[in-house]
Design a protein around this ligand. Structure first.
Ligand SMILES: *Cc1c(COP(=O)(O)O)cnc(C)c1O
Length: 396
């Protein structure tokens, strides 16, 4: 492992020097006024990035998984029905957590590599005339397969069925990298973590709750203590935490949101789209397919590359780490051994992406795959030369 090389795992992502410094702070008294100067800008920054004027933001010392638990336990009761689709490892894990909390799951098993089954969601919601389904879960970007789903379409399905269920979205690998519109899409709880689009170390669960989600806190009967957002909301009013806050990470988040907003959210999304376009051009030049089955599903934050039959994709990931000190994502669950993943989110540039493409090519050649050196790099170079965005020119 070389710390000089960027990582190409889809989280944790590369940490810009500025954020490393922001997160590395001397101890300060988290009950002093100084803490409020970190907490409130971090909360406000997240709110802007979620594109919501009305959401209440909560930040726990935890990870995305703790964010899921916060969403579920604060708003649901044992035996409540929840609608979800399983189309990859992360949607699977969220479903598993709900089951362990005693929720009754309506699971739509969907082939890995496809998006959320919106038409099926609408049928199930329309059939639920008694409105027993309390929540619909949606994984915006399935990190295991590199599949982006259409959250606006999920909202439209709920509306078409005139169903009052709340909509919870896992945006851990999309928020702050790909367009996310909490308010416009009618998202009731958005969940993310610090270590992907926010370019920080792992350690924070970051959530937005809509007014509709806030309204059910007192009627929900699942037990919660550490993750009780009511305690958190009460403490925020006094610029405090109900326990010890992760001050350095919160300061990192304050600076991260400032960095993203200074670049401009639409520029951040355009940068990710451009970088992803070059990676996909390289994959096509290698003669390989993405796990995501059609272009509208292609993720701008992670590409899962299907390796040829008889080749164990884990060998490539191991080889890249051992020989070149470069990290790629392994295949998980159903696609273990069949795909390797190139993460291209967070602190990433065209030039960094080119190094990741070039290294993957060296590994494929080393391991006997029929991929001419330079083929993917040339395709990506061509792509990047002709798609410089204004944001990049301005930053230069
Ligand atoms: C990374 C990730 C998670 C899990 O987050 P942790 O921070 O590891 O708990 C959940 N969902 C998606 C889509 C992810 O990419």
């Amino acid at each position: 492992m070389s710390f000089q090389n960027p990582v190409f795992i889809p989280g944790p992502t590369n940490i810009p020097e500025e954020l490393r410094r922001a997160a590395d702070m001397p101890t300060l008294d988290h009950r002093s006024a100084l803490f409020g100067e970190i907490l409130h800008p971090a909360l406000n920054g997240v709110k802007q990035i979620l594109k919501s004027r009305t959401a209440q933001i909560f930040i726990f010392p935890s990870t995305g998984t703790g964010g899921w638990e916060t969403a579920i336990t604060n708003t649901l009761s044992p035996g409540d029905r929840v609608l979800a689709a399983r189309n990859g490892m992360f949607s699977h894990r969220w479903i598993d957590m709900c089951e362990r909390h005693g929720l009754k799951m309506d699971v739509v098993d969907t082939p890995w590599g496809t998006g959320l089954p919106v038409a099926r969601y609408e049928e199930i919601l329309s059939a639920d005339t008694a409105h027993e389904i309390k929540v619909v879960l949606a994984t915006h970007n399935e990190t295991a397969t590199g599949v982006k789903s259409d959250i606006a379409a999920v909202r439209a399905a709920l509306d078409a069925a005139a169903h009052p269920a709340l909509l919870y979205v896992d945006g851990v690998s999309s928020i702050a990298s790909m367009d996310f519109r909490m308010e416009e899409w009618g998202v009731d709880i958005a969940v993310t973590g610090s270590q992907k689009g926010f370019m920080l170390p792992a350690g924070l669960a970051i959530l937005g709750f809509s007014p509709k989600a806030m309204a059910v806190l007192d009627s929900a009967r699942l037990p919660r203590t550490f993750f009780d957002v009511r305690d958190m909301a009460a403490s925020y009013e006094n610029s405090l935490y109900p326990f010890t806050p992760a001050v350095g990470l919160l300061n990192g988040l304050k600076h991260s949101t400032q960095m993203l907003l200074a670049e401009g959210l639409e520029n951040v999304f355009a940068r990710h789209a451009r970088i992803a376009g070059g990676v996909r051009a390289a994959i096509a030049a290698w003669g390989m397919d993405l796990c995501a089955r059609s272009p509208e599903l292609y993720s701008d934050t992670v590409s899962a590359v299907v390796t040829p039959e008889g080749f164990n994709s884990l060998d490539l990931v191991t080889h890249a780490l051992e020989k070149y000190g470069v990290a790629y994502g392994i295949g998980m669950g159903e696609v273990a051994g069949k795909v390797f993943r190139i993460g291209h989110l967070g602190s990433m540039t065209d030039v960094m992406a080119l190094s990741g493409i070039a290294t993957a090519e060296m590994c494929m050649a080393d391991l006997g795959l029929n991929v001419p050196l330079g083929s993917g790099v040339a395709a990506a170079q061509d792509f990047y030369r002709t798609r410089t965005t204004d944001s990049l020119r301005e930053a230069a």
